[in-house]
Write a protein that binds this ligand. Structure first.
Ligand SMILES: CC(C)(COP(=O)(O)OP(=O)(O)OC[C@H]1O[C@@H](n2cnc3c(N)ncnc32)[C@H](O)[C@@H]1OP(=O)(O)O)[C@@H](O)C(=O)NCCC(=O)NCCS
Length: 178
C-alpha cells in the first residue's frame, strides 16, 4: 500500500471522510463517544483553523484517493486557550516545562480502526511536527488509551496527570522537546 499524507481540505469528500475516521475511532472503547467526529468538525470550522500555527493533515491510500483513512492537526499552544489553561491550573508548576507557553500542541489524531497499527498515525504525527519552530510539543491522552504507547515510542514523556472535568477520565499530559 502506498500512503500519501496531504493537507486537509476545507470542504468536500476528503474532509467528510476524515471526520468519519474520528467518528469510527472514537466510537470504540475506551472513548465510546460517537459524537466526537461532529464536535471536531465544528471546532475546526469555527475556531481551530484560525489559531496561529494551525496545520492539518490527512492520510490517503493510493488505492482509494477519495477517502481519508486518518486525520491529525495541531497549533500553537497559547495562554488563554481552554486546554492550555486547564493543564496549567492542574499540573504542579514544577512539572510544567520551561517552554510550556511557547509549545506546539498536537490537538487531535485519529486513524480509521480498520487501518490502525500500520504506521499511519506515526506518519501523520511526523508530518505535523516536521520543521516546527517551537521548542517542543504537548498533548494529552487518556491513561487507558493505547495511543499512550505510540507517543512514548515517538519520544514523548509523561509530565503529569489531569482531569478535564470532575467526571472526565484521567489523562496524561505528555511533552517532547524537538
Ligand atoms: C492512536 C492512533 C491515532 C494511532 O494510529 P495508528 O495508525 O494505529 O498508529 P501506528 O500504526 O503508527 O502506531 C501504532 C502504535 O499505536 C498504538 N496503538 C493505538 N491504538 C492501536 C490500534 N488499534 N492498533 C495498533 N496499535 C495501536 C500501539 O501502541 C502501537 O505502538 P507500536 O507501533 O509501538 O506497537 C489510532 O490508533 C487511533 O485512532 N486510536 C483511536 C483514537 C485515539 O486514541 N486518538 C488519540 C487520542 S490522544
Amino acid at each position: 500500500m502506498t500512503l500519501e499524507i496531504a493537507v486537509l481540505p476545507n470542504t468536500g469528500c476528503l474532509l467528510e471522510s476524515a471526520i468519519s475516521c474520528y467518528t469510527e475511532a472514537f466510537s470504540l472503547p475506551p472513548y465510546s463517544d460517537p459524537n466526537r467526529g461532529r464536535e471536531v468538525l465544528t471546532r475546526l470550522q469555527t475556531t481551530h483553523r484560525q489559531i496561529a500555527g494551525f496545520r492539518a493533515f490527512i492520510a490517503v491510500k493510493s488505492t482509494a484517493r477519495e477517502t481519508a483513512v486518518g486525520l491529525c492537526y495541531g497549533y500553537k499552544s497559547q495562554s488563554g486557550q481552554w486546554w492550555h489553561e486547564t493543564v496549567r491550573k492542574q499540573l504542579d508548576q514544577s512539572l510544567l516545562p520551561t517552554w510550556f507557553d511557547t509549545a506546539y500542541e498536537l490537538v487531535e489524531i485519529a486513524v480509521l480502526p480498520s487501518e490502525q497499527g500500520q504506521g499511519i498515525g506515526t506518519q501523520l504525527i511526523s508530518t505535523l511536527l516536521a520543521k516546527r519552530p517551537e521548542p517542543g510539543c504537548l498533548l494529552s491522552t487518556r491513561i487507558d488509551s493505547r495511543a499512550y504507547q505510540l507517543y512514548e515510542r515517538l519520544g514523548f514523556s509523561v509530565l503529569g496527570e489531569i482531569k478535564f472535568t470532575d467526571l472526565s477520565a484521567p489523562y496524561y499530559v505528555m511533552g517532547k522537546v524537538f
